[in-house]
Design a protein around this ligand. Structure first.
Ligand SMILES: *Cc1c(COP(=O)(O)O)cnc(C)c1O
Ligand SMILES: [Zn+2]
Length: 373
């Protein structure tokens, strides 16, 4: 393990834990954060064209399929000031690769031999791939209506695949019932390290914008690891003197059919109620209840950001427009960011010409059923 980790700390109650052994949640039931003894002088390892160029602030030795350091494009045909961070080029076609590279990397160093995850599709594919790379057994539990490409991918990586009638929350219950013996649960935020991989998106935006940050980041939010990770990255960068205290407005995008964070944001609550009867074609956003809800909501509010919901039709049109005007193969979640951007400008949360980064979190090729409509 990297000696740089100081300790783990609960995001809610602040209780501290050691990092030497596999660990899940705090005894209070909330997620744990990795706290580092940060290097005095931060250095990017420019020999690496992957997220491991930030190895000095990552929790383990490199376990890589080439994830991260994805392109940040100016998308002038979409509008002035718009940038797209294109995560579709990651291994397994989504940014879940970043988180799983870190989580499986740590697990391997801790001697873990089996890992399991409930997933709407992309997390399962990423776990399957990194487990194959590391020589760890992977068990994935997905809803039966998961895009076919995600299921096939897990199978060819040699994972044990179980399809469940229901949502990701039902997959989680099935996993706990069906798994026998010891295994690492790599569910979103139920272990501390996926977020460490995801935070590299924040490091990259800063580096690619020459150590400045945009006015806003529009991010499709399911479990929230990416949004929380980037927020943590900016904090670490400020502590190391790489950036100042100015932050982008964190704009969280959800689907009209599954918008627990948007509702909590509008109600002024710190925790979100479960969205009953969640339904959307954007499988990455079909998360009715997020265990990191308060961390997401705190970051949105501290940043002066907002949370908005868009319809499935708007995200499909958004994905098609983003693809046709950038050459990037957009997924529905990426399309949701474009639709949300337009909504945020119309509502006065953003001005035309603001420097705004939209996230295309996966490749549209994984969503042929949804996008062919
Ligand atoms: C998982 C996923 C999301 C949501 O990511 P979080 O960081 O967990 O909120 C968005 N888009 C896609 C394509 C995903 O797979
Ligand atoms: Zn706690």
């Amino acid at each position: 393990m990297k000696g740089r980790i100081a300790h783990l700390e609960c995001w809610l109650c602040g209780a501290r834990y050691g990092w030497e052994k596999p660990i899940g949640l705090c005894t209070c039931g909330k997620p744990l954060k990795v706290v580092y003894s940060l290097p005095e002088k931060f250095e990017v390892d420019e020999t690496k064209g992957s997220m491991w160029r930030y190895g000095s602030v990552l929790p383990c030795e490199e376990l890589s399929l080439g994830e991260g350091f994805t392109p940040l494009f100016r998308a002038e045909r979409l509008g002035a000031g718009i940038w797209v961070k294109d995560e579709s080029v990651n291994p397994t076609g989504s940014f879940k690769a970043r988180g799983m590279a870190a989580a499986v990397g740590v697990a391997k160093q801790q001697g873990v031999i089996r890992a399991a995850v409930p997933s709407a599709g992309n997390a399962a594919g990423a776990l399957a791939a990194y487990a194959a790379r590391a020589g760890i057994e992977a068990h994935v539990f997905m809803p039966r209506d998961t895009p076919r490409a995600c299921v096939v991918e897990c199978e060819i990586f040699g994972a044990k695949v179980t399809l469940i009638d229901g949502l990701i929350t039902d997959c989680a219950s099935a996993m706990r019932e069906m798994m026998e013996g010891e295994y690492l649960d790599v569910s979103t935020l139920r272990e501390p390290y996926r977020i460490e991989g995801k935070k590299t998106m924040g490091y990259e935006i800063a580096e690619q914008m020459n150590w400045t940050l945009p006015d806003a980041i529009v991010y499709p939010t399911g479990g929230g690891t990416g949004l929380i990770g980037m927020w943590k990255a900016f904090d670490e960068l400020e502590q190391m003197g790489m950036i100042g205290s100015k932050r982008p407005k964190m704009m969280s995008v959800q689907a009209e059919g599954c918008q627990p964070i948007v509702r909590a944001f509008e109600n002024g609550s710190r925790f979100a109620e479960e969205h009953v009867g969640a339904k959307t074609i954007a499988s990455g956003l079909r998360v009715p209840k997020a265990i990191g809800d308060f961390i997401i909501l705190d970051a949105i509010r501290e940043s002066g950001g907002a949370a908005v919901a868009v319809s499935d039709d708007a995200m499909v049109s958004g994905a098609k427009e983003m693809s046709a005007k950038t050459g990037i193969c957009a997924c529905p979640e990426g399309g949701a960011c474009l639709a949300a951007y337009r909504q945020l400008v119309a509502q006065g949360f953003l001005s035309e010409g603001d420097e705004v980064v939209l996230f295309n979190t996966a490749s549209g090729l994984k969503y042929q059923e949804a996008l062919a409509r």
